[in-house]
Design a protein around this ligand. Structure first.
Ligand SMILES: Cc1cc2nc3c(=O)[nH]c(=O)nc-3n(C[C@H](O)[C@H](O)[C@H](O)COP(=O)(O)O)c2cc1C
Length: 333
């Protein structure tokens, strides 16, 4: 996730339950003048997770996509290349990249062919939505995906138009599982063990991709792993979150030093709010509201300590129908 699941976050994940089995980077923007973004490259080259990392690209131009893939693959730490066919941001879609590419299946077909060739023995994977305007487009998309030997398909089960607020189309994910020989990974609205297990049961997907839910609760991967192994998922307490935020603070500072970037305390607090929006959702109106107003480290951590330095378990689910988490109930049914 752009500017959220970055190097400091990944380093923090590794210290909070061990993190995920596989990582996909924030997207590298690809256009005629693009170079590899240093910060995203660092999340690959300085990654402590010990797990495979796939570099994601967003763009539409065949030559530039191939050039960027080649530059990325020069690094042995890159396990493969992923193409983003899902970003709904108007500035991206209007350039016919990301989710906008789903309106031009011929171009998708060409890009997939070129990138498959460029990746050679290394993985080539696709992250997609289920259509641009409506889910009926998905069968046509699956035809294109099936024509290329892709190594994994991650499906964010919404259309581009649906952005982030609706329930996910589990039937579309299930259709991808039935149709494609590669592993299909279900994405969208996994916020706890029950929603993850429900998504797998409804779709038969080979795995889960977790975004916002992992920022809210980085132990979600450990909890899912334990649950799927038939064991009891560990409980996460408020004090664990406090520890998580402290680690994230330190890792954020460390990454700025390593990348040689200037970073005032005020900007550091601002950066933390990108994560805290998700972490603090549902932990009390007062905490959420006051944290948004903080400007300094001491002020922020005083507030966090007041509310989080205790052994109360966090709620399994975030608040429903908030701006950040929405439509996950359907996965629990
Ligand atoms: C702030 C933000 C940034 C995102 N950046 C990316 C990105 O760089 N690449 C990508 O494939 N998806 C990106 N996504 C989409 C997520 O990867 C994911 O598909 C979506 O949030 C649904 O999954 P979730 O409910 O687990 O978060 C982003 C989402 C958000 C909210």
């Amino acid at each position: 996730m752009q500017e959220v699941t970055d190097l400091p976050f990944w380093r923090t994940l590794a210290q909070c339950g061990g993190g995920a089995d596989l990582y996909i980077t924030e997207y590298f923007r690809v256009h005629i003048h693009s170079t590899l973004e240093k910060g995203i490259l660092a999340s690959i080259l300085k990654n402590p997770t010990g797990r495979p990392i796939i570099a994601q690209m967003i763009g539409k131009d065949l030559v530039e996509m191939r050039r960027t893939a080649r530059q990325l693959l020069e690094h042995p730490e890159v396990s493969g290349i992923d193409i983003n066919l899902g970003c709904p941001a108007p500035v991206v879609c209007s350039k016919n990249a990301g989710g906008g590419l789903l309106r031009n299946l011929e171009q998708v077909n060409r890009i997939l062919g070129e990138l498959r060739e460029e990746c050679g023995e290394r993985w080539f994977t696709v992250k997609t939505r289920v259509g641009f305007d409506c889910e009926d487009e998905f069968n046509g998309l699956l035809d294109v995906f099936a024509a290329h030997a892709i190594d994994m398909l991650s499906v964010h089960g919404r259309t581009v138009k649906e952005r982030y607020q609706t329930p996910v189309h589990t039937d579309a994910v299930q259709a991808a599982v039935a149709r494609l020989p590669c592993p299909v990974v279900a994405n969208g609205n996994v916020v706890d063990v029950a929603s993850g297990a429900g998504y797998l049961a409804k779709t038969g997907a080979a795995g889960l991709m977790v975004g916002r839910g992992a920022i809210r609760n980085p132990w979600i991967f450990a909890q899912l792993r334990e649950h799927l192994a038939g064991r009891v998922a560990p409980i996460v307490r408020r004090s664990d979150l406090l520890n998580y935020i402290q680690i994230l603070w330190d890792e954020t500072a460390q990454a700025r030093v390593e990348l040689g970037k200037d970073f005032s305390e005020k900007r550091h607090v601002q950066k933390m709010k990108r994560y805290l929006n998700y972490v603090l959702a549902g932990l009390g109106d007062d905490l959420e509201h006051q944290s948004r107003r903080t400007k300094e480290k001491d002020e922020l951590f005083r507030l966090l300590t007041d509310h989080l330095a205790n052994d109360e378990a966090i709620p399994a689910l975030p608040p429903e129908n908030s701006k950040l988490f929405c439509g996950f109930r359907e996965l629990l049914e």
